[in-house]
Design a protein around this ligand. Structure first.
Ligand SMILES: [Zn+2]
Length: 312
């Protein structure tokens, strides 16, 4: 081989490497709307996937500011995983279009709506109007906050990853089974920690928690927001304080992206009132770095506060 030919070969090899080691290793590039979906993707996909989450867990997933890095990641994605149920309706559609990546457009093989096989609550019976606030006609989109739904998301992911990378079928199946078993073991622990507080009434800021509260048997009697997505108003706050006093309700759960001012003012007016900042997503607080820790954190915090509030 001449010197000239071998230099060309080297350059070609270098070009392949520069083109992205991820492709060279045959990994799937996955982009998800949220850190929860990213965490479950890593559980199932292991080292066969590169995962990027767009919204951070401490941001309100209804309102996400687009960044250039989003388009970069989306442009080279093999798979996009959305929460669905119109959670991302305000920010995702234009990003998908701008990514100019045909593989991940809704309806394509590389687009997965994670809400398809999960248990969805609060599907409105009648017509949805603007007067109802930010009510989603397809039901409450915060469904990932229930471990049973986490398992259903993982199943859908296992099947989608297998469709896109059939050679890794056995690996994805085995990783799903391991996640399922780990989740089942921790679910027992969470259920028994929450068992004594079944039927306890609580208030939450936004309607983020119906699946979570239903699972652990707590009753949400009101919201700091007068309507979903509508900021607190004095008349609604007064009414809520009244309802909390009458029902002996003490706990107000708040997502990290809302101001604590109104919840704290309400708690000050209610005997034994307490504001709890729960993590609605992986990354919502820095301790929570994966999907199982999300429940570990919230259950520990909530059970501790309920123990204090109820004396049980
Ligand atoms: Zn919401």
């Amino acid at each position: 081989m001449s010197i000239r030919t071998s230099v060309l070969a080297l350059a070609a090899a270098a070009f392949v490497t520069a083109g992205g080691p991820a492709y060279a290793q045959g990994k799937l590039n996955v982009v998800t709307s949220t850190e929860d979906l990213a965490s479950i993707t890593r559980e199932v996909g292991g080292d066969r996937v590169n995962v990027v989450a767009l919204a951070k867990g401490y941001q309100d997933p209804h309102f996400v500011d687009p960044k250039p890095s989003f388009l970069l990641a989306m442009g080279r994605a093999d798979l996009y995983i959305a929460v669905g149920r119109e959670l991302e309706t305000g920010w995702l559609p234009p990003l998908l279009t701008s990514s100019r990546n045909a593989k991940i457009q809704p309806g394509a093989r590389g687009y997965l709506d994670a809400s398809q096989n999960v248990r969805i609550l609060e599907i409105p019976a009648g017509q949805v109007t603007r007067a109802m606030g930010d009510v989603h006609p397809l039901g409450n989109p915060h469904y990932w906050l229930e471990p049973g739904n986490g398992r259903r998301i993982a199943q859908a992911l296992r099947d989608k990853l297998t469709e896109l990378s059939p050679a890794d079928k056995a690996l994805f199946a085995q990783r799903y089974d391991a996640f399922d078993a780990r989740l089942a073991a921790t679910e027992k622990r969470w259920d028994s920690a929450m068992e004594p507080y079944k039927g306890t009434k609580v208030v939450t800021y936004h309607r983020s928690w119906p699946n979570f509260m239903e699972r652990f048997g707590l009753q949400v009697i009101g919201y700091v927001e007068p309507k979903p997505g509508i900021p607190p108003s004095p008349s609604h706050t007064v009414q809520l304080i009244d309802e909390m006093k009458r029902g002996g309700v003490r706990i107000i759960a708040v997502e990290p992206y809302f101001s604590l001012k109104t919840p704290q003012a309400i708690a000050n007016q209610v005997p034994g009132g307490k504001v709890l900042m729960l993590a609605p997503s992986v990354g919502g607080v820095k301790e929570v770095t994966d999907y199982i820790q999300l429940f570990d954190y919230n259950v520990t915090l909530l059970a501790g506060a309920l123990k204090q509030a109820t004396g049980k």
